[in-house]
Design a protein around this ligand. Sequence first.
Ligand SMILES: C[C@@](CO)(OP(=O)(O)O)[C@H](O)COP(=O)(O)OP(=O)(O)OC[C@H]1O[C@@H](n2ccc(N)nc2=O)[C@H](O)[C@@H]1O
Ligand SMILES: Nc1ncnc2c1ncn2[C@@H]1O[C@H](COP(=O)(O)OP(=O)(O)O)[C@@H](O)[C@H]1O
Length: 288
Amino acid sequence: MYYVKAPAKINLTLDVLHKRSDGYHEVEMIMTTVDLADRIGLEIREDEKIQILSVDRFVPNDYRNLAYQAAKLLKDTYHVKLGVSITIEKNIPVAAGLAGGSSDAAATLRGLNTLWGLGLSLEELAQLGTKIGSDVAFCVYGGTALATGRGELIQELPAPPNSWVILAKPTLGVSTADIYGKMKLDKIIHPKTNQMIEAIENKDFYQMCDSIGNVLEDVTLKLYPEVAVLKEQMQKFGADAVLMSGSGPTVFGLVQQESRVQRVYNGLRGFCDEVYAVRLIGERDTLA
Ligand SMILES: C[C@@](CO)(OP(=O)(O)O)[C@H](O)COP(=O)(O)OP(=O)(O)OC[C@H]1O[C@@H](n2ccc(N)nc2=O)[C@H](O)[C@@H]1O
Ligand SMILES: Nc1ncnc2c1ncn2[C@@H]1O[C@H](COP(=O)(O)OP(=O)(O)O)[C@@H](O)[C@H]1O
């Protein structure tokens, strides 16, 4: 079995500039990877079949699985005469704003590129990934990046300052399309994207905390007040900065001091089942 790591992402900033004629929204967002990851196991099949073996009951094990779509796209585009069995060990919460499905697809693209001996560049894989979903290109590269367009245009950024990240996922799933669709474009308060880039470049933790922002947060918080409560709790327990990731509903807290991590984690565990204390990965090249 050939294993590939598929880490979750968080959005340090997420801005929407306008709605496009193709129905997508033009975005500007800073994304970074965290060390909560699915594990993708790949096994070549001579019979040309693509098979998904997943242990998670919330994840489809057929053509609807984004890892399946990644394998099929590679196979069809490059006329590969092999198949693959894909085992997905799911650790990233599903439909959570953490890009778990996109990361599984990206890891499958990277892994099969090696296993099927295709010799494609990351750029070529990212371009292919864009056909599966807007977040897949970022997940192909990992690390930290400014993502524009509908999210598929990637400019690499340096690793952010070191930080712990507490992730808390309420027991509800959110539809990304629904949240984008309910946004009031004339009421947006834009996050400080340039200030965030500066904070990252200067490795300034407190400026990073001061620059986080997500225009989708208001929409999700209004629909699901329990997410707002979770945010307040995380602030109360001492996180340095708190924000919802992507379209939600996962809330993340940045915590610089290791001594404070346990307190925030334990505090949240009291009323939220899914809480994780992880680190920012921040850099590319740790995904093999
Ligand atoms: C909000 C974000 C932020 O990173 O992440 P998640 O919350 O899903 O993790 C992304 O923009 C989500 O990316 P992804 O989940 O790949 O979305 P896609 O499958 O491409 O699109 C799902 C639906 O979301 C809407 N959509 C998505 C991206 C975009 N720039 N504008 C949109 O309006 C469209 O209605 C689209 O049909
Ligand atoms: N490998 C996969 N892992 C998770 N979800 C998947 C996968 N393949 C398809 N999906 C579907 O994609 C939807 C969004 O999943 P996910 O990527 O976890 O969320 P998000 O886009 O909020 O980060 C889920 O409802 C799920 O049914």
